[in-house]
Design a protein around this ligand. Sequence first.
Ligand SMILES: CC(=O)N[C@H]1[C@@H](OP(=O)(O)OP(=O)(O)OC[C@H]2O[C@@H](n3ccc(=O)[nH]c3=O)[C@H](O)[C@@H]2O)O[C@H](CO)[C@@H](O)[C@@H]1O
Ligand SMILES: C=C(OP(=O)(O)O)C(=O)O
Length: 421
Amino acid sequence: MAKIVVEKSQPLKGTVRISGAKNSVLPILAASLLATEKCLLEDVPPLRDVDVICEVLATLGADIKRLNREQIEIRAHKIDDFEAPYELIRKMRASFLVMGPLLARMGKARISMPGGCAIGTRPIDLHLKGFKALGATITLGHGFVEAKADKLIGNKIYLDFPSVGATENIMMAAVLAEGQTIIENAAEEPEITDLANFLNKMGAKIKGAGTDTIKIMGVEKLTGTTHTVIPDRIEAGTYMVAAAMTGGNVLIDNAEADHLKPIIAKLRESDVEIYEEGNGLRVIGPKRLKPVDIKTLPYPGFPTDMQAQFMALLSVAEGTSVIIETVFENRFMHVSEMKRMGADIKIEGRSAIIEGQKVLTGAPVKATDLRAGAALILAGLVSEGKTEIGNIEHIQRGYVDVEKKFRGLGANVYRVEEEVK
Ligand SMILES: CC(=O)N[C@H]1[C@@H](OP(=O)(O)OP(=O)(O)OC[C@H]2O[C@@H](n3ccc(=O)[nH]c3=O)[C@H](O)[C@@H]2O)O[C@H](CO)[C@@H](O)[C@@H]1O
Ligand SMILES: C=C(OP(=O)(O)O)C(=O)O
């Protein structure tokens, strides 16, 4: 298996272009199942997760054409299956997002249970509560969940937690339901708005996406469309942290400042200078970062997907910081790996107390999940010696050309193929 090797780097300099958002393109690709005509997607990030969801769509009968590295055409004129198999669902939980579109289009969907993952148990009860409220009958079988409905009928659905996936799945099921659906306590993430914009271009009638109340008036059918995926705010945030940690001066191109408010606010609190410039943000790191306290929350709160990267940053800040993780119950797996690099972090329940160090030391470590892997690259940039990161398939799920992009900024980040013994 390949590894990513990181060596202590100079302050990062130059421009990095942010790719389309993984968490937008996955539900949008699932939603393309709703139209019989072709959909053209632009700024599609060439990622492992995108390959997986395309495989799911192809299994269901959709034609997928890659026009180039970042453009995909989907034609779901003939969907001949309603079942998404375990081999694909287990590779990526977001494959479960085909359930809403399949139920709407076919009146039935059988999906393998996605199960938990490293960061938490990640139940799907809120997705199912939504489908039930729309009139579907849910059967939980051995390792699969099946939803069936002769006809979906709009309803009012209150989500106990503003789940991103449940909001997306219910929205996709409701676009073809009869009458009005109202999702209350809906997730407000920019990726929800991007999905709603895509669906509206297909002919759906969705109002309020990006707020906690989304109203969907069902329509008879949806047509094909063309859509450009929004920039990935988590990829942008990761390179912003890299610039900040190395005391660099980097232009983060193709970044939406509006989507990055909590990240910008916390970096500024840590003494990082940030200016809007052109289509992006200029980030200038200080000599020494200040400690800050962070609590992860649903949007517009601080994103859980940036928690590990900020943990790396605060590990070299001047003083004590506290991070509280409220979204996922097991999202501190990176802590033990960072401790191997000399970070001083204590976990107390859902809180991490970080005593900033002057130096970290490179070590062999493992990416336990996607953002944990990104955080280890960041820690490696400011560590004496060499950091060798294993299990990089996690990182490849969510970062396009990660070594190339870092090297473009002057960082010492390489991929090496491990010798087969
Ligand atoms: C592909 C994608 O977009 N992934 C993102 C999405 O994941 P995902 O959509 O899975 O995250 P959710 O917002 O659904 O999960 C948030 C919390 O709600 C809980 N929950 C969720 C659904 C449910 O039916 N019942 C339930 O209890 C989860 O266990 C978790 O504790 O939003 C997360 C929260 O911003 C991000 O970290 C992920 O990167
Ligand atoms: C947790 C993440 O993704 P997923 O929901 O696909 O596991 C993430 O992007 O950090």
